[in-house]
Design a protein around this ligand. Structure first.
Ligand SMILES: Nc1ncnc2c1ncn2[C@@H]1O[C@H](COP(=O)(O)OP(=O)(O)OP(=O)(O)O)[C@@H](O)[C@H]1O
Ligand SMILES: [Mg+2]
Length: 305
């Protein structure tokens, strides 16, 4: 559905994207995960044809983004990172303006606006000025504004920034249902939890390069250890550092130790040893491998500083 080949984009001396290649299949929910400045927004802007790459090609649904820009744009819904709404106008009026940009026949537009307002539970508030809306309501409105022309592909650039957890869940549910109905989605985020929860495939981007790509399971397999064990720091555990170290590499953090199990690690043996040393189970916590850990392993940095 989306084919990105060897895209490079520079701003002056800054290389925002460095020979990025990526394919996204029809109906995929693809996550682009990366820290600030990684190049996510630049890639989204290139996909909608806001500007052209310095080199490389992008095709969407068989058409070239640089050559068939207007045709392609009709197939894409773009939810920009910064809200693009008129604060002094009502939700309904905002949607009418967005709809007119796409030449949708009036009756059809009216019907779609109504449907979309219901879909994100904003129908009751449709006549209220956007400036009276919460962050989450604005984000939901921003999303449906990009759907009125019934696109095949939805590009969401960090659509949950500044949104409370409840609204965030509402956005996740809405996007998931769109995807189930056939929408191809590219979703950028710097929250690994979002990529893990939503996306069927994830690309990790850093300094303009895709540094890892695959399903969540495949990505986590790249971690050199499968899970970490976190042990609360207290006088008893501090005394038993040597016992932990028999099972792997022990890192000391502010409030806890982090054990990275060595090859052949067996949880049963570990807990048996802990019992002997009077280490309480409640002091020990198994930590699932995460994309954050993978990012750390690949770059030596955390996703969020
Ligand atoms: N208009 C511009 N002029 C100059 N440099 C830019 C411009 N837009 C982006 N950049 C630079 O290009 C790089 C990639 O920026 P981009 O906005 O694509 O990153 P991002 O992954 O979307 O980051 P964020 O998570 O902060 O939104 C950064 O180094 C940024 O400073
Ligand atoms: Mg961005």
């Amino acid at each position: 559905m989306i084919n990105i080949q060897q895209i490079t984009k520079k701003y002056g001396t800054v290389t925002a994207l460095d020979a990025v290649s990526l394919e996204v299949q029809r109906q995929e929910f693809f996550g682009l995960l990366g820290p600030n400045g990684a190049g996510k927004t630049t890639l989204m802007n290139l996909l909608v044809g806001y500007f052209n790459p310095d080199s490389g090609t992008i095709t969407i649904d068989g058409g070239s983004v640089t050559q068939d820009t207007l045709e392609i744009r009709k197939k894409i819904g773009f939810v920009p990172q910064s809200l693009s709404l008129y604060d002094e106008l009502s939700a309904q009026e905002n949607l009418e303006i967005f709809g007119q940009m796409f030449d949708i026949p009036q009756t059809l537009l009216k019907k779609r606006i109504e449907e979309q307002l219901h879909a994100v539970e904003l129908y009751e508030r449709r006549k209220d000025k956007v400036k009276t809306f919460s962050g989450g309501m604005k984000r939901r409105l921003n999303i449906i504004a990009s759907l009125l022309h019934d696109p095949k592909v939805l590009l969401c650039d960090e659509p949950t920034v500044g949104v409370d957890p409840q609204s965030r869940n509402a956005i996740f549910d809405f996007l998931t249902s769109l995807n189930k109905q056939g929408m191809t989605i590219i979703y950028t985020t710097h929250y690994m939890e979002e990529a893990e929860r939503l996306c069927s495939r994830i690309g990790i981007i850093d300094h303009g390069k895709i540094i890892a790509l695959g399903t969540l399971d495949k990505l986590l397999e790249k971690l050199s250890y499968e899970e970490t064990i976190s042990i609360i720091k207290n006088p008893s555990t501090a005394k038993n550092r040597a016992a932990f170290e028999k099972f792997g590499t022990l890192l000391e953090e502010d409030n806890h130790y982090e054990l990275k199990p060595a090859d052949g690690f067996l949880l049963s043996k570990f807990f048996a040893a802990m019992e002997k040393q009077d280490i309480k189970y409640s002091w020990v916590e198994l930590q699932r491998p995460t994309l954050e850990a993978l990012f750390l392993q690949l770059t030596g940095r955390r996703l969020r500083d």
